[in-house]
Design a binder for this molecule. Structure first.
Ligand SMILES: C[S@@+](CC[C@H](N)C(=O)[O-])C[C@H]1O[C@@H](n2cnc3c(N)ncnc32)[C@H](O)[C@@H]1O
Length: 256
């Protein structure tokens, strides 16, 4: 049986993880990944302020702020924030230390965004719903909540199989183990160095089907404005393994 209860986000996103997180120019930091992400978020902010839930080391927030969008963050891990602080100061990108399901950042925003599968770091449905409600609380009428999330790879799991290898390349294996009863998975990142030494990091997730995500949004007062397969606006299809979903508070909503 897979146990996720003993893996705390605070322990996973520790000083070592924060030190290794940034890979300037490659992987999730590659210009072809970050460029379209920042372009789309700047467009969706519509000239207003943005709030990033789980801002991390500022992979997205730093270039978005450089684009002229005022960005604030909420983040649980102090080591990740320390890494962000090597790039920008508190006046440029203020960060509230706390849980994105409950923490409050000052003011109202036209955009809240939560990228790179991070909503699934909340391990219960109740916390995920609370996260949507917290996003809604921070938005002005007409404001948007953008979620980037993988589609659970359940179609790749034949009966009796519990793991899916989603990447296998020299020096790296990415493997997810599933607990379909609890709707949990653990992502395993297995890295081999030149001497053959292995480094393993793991992270627990509660995976979410897009329709369940839409229902969480609805509970928090959002409407689905768009869903695409990526930041460039590619069509979302049955074969898509990820999506960028844009939820909107109706412009005529009364201020809470
Ligand atoms: C995959 S990283 C993403 C960081 C950044 N958003 C990015 O795109 O590079 C996940 C981040 O989520 C943070 N995190 C996990 N659970 C959180 C929670 N409940 N509230 C706030 N931050 C959380 C972790 O500390 C970590 O910095």
């Amino acid at each position: 049986m897979m146990i996720v209860g003993d893996m705390r986000q605070e322990d996973i996103w520790n000083a070592e993880a924060a030190r290794r997180y940034d890979t300037p120019g490659i992987g999730m930091f590659a210009p072809e990944v970050l460029g379209p992400t920042v372009d789309r978020l700047a467009e969706l902010a519509g000239g207003g302020r943005a709030l990033e839930f789980a801002i991390g080391t500022g992979r997205v927030a730093v270039p978005l702020a450089q684009r002229g969008v005022p960005v604030t963050g909420i983040e649980l891990s102090r080591p990740m924030i320390d890494q962000l602080r090597t790039k920008v100061d508190e006046a440029t990108i203020p960060v509230v230390v706390g849980d994105m399901a409950t923490a409050e950042a000052p003011g109202k925003y036209s955009l809240v965004y939560l990228v790179y599968n991070t909503i699934s770091n909340l391990l219960t449905q109740a916390e995920q719903v609370a996260c949507f409600r917290n996003a809604a609380r921070h938005l002005t009428p007409g404001g948007r909540f953008v979620v980037e999330l993988g589609v659970p790879a359940l179609r790749k799991l034949p009966p009796g199989q519990q793991a899916v290898v989603w990447r296998n390349e020299p020096g790296y294996i990415g493997l997810d183990t599933y607990d379909v009863l609890r709707q949990h998975l653990i992502s395993h990142h297995i890295r081999f160095d030149e001497s053959g030494q292995v480094r393993l990091s793991r992270g627990p997730h509660r995976y979410i089907w897009p329709s369940e995500l839409d229902l969480m949004a609805q509970l928090a007062g959002f409407e689905l404005e768009s869903r695409h397969a990526d930041w460039l606006g590619s069509e979302f299809t049955a074969e898509s393994d990820s999506h960028v979903s844009v939820y909107r508070i109706p412009p005529d909503r009364a201020e809470p």
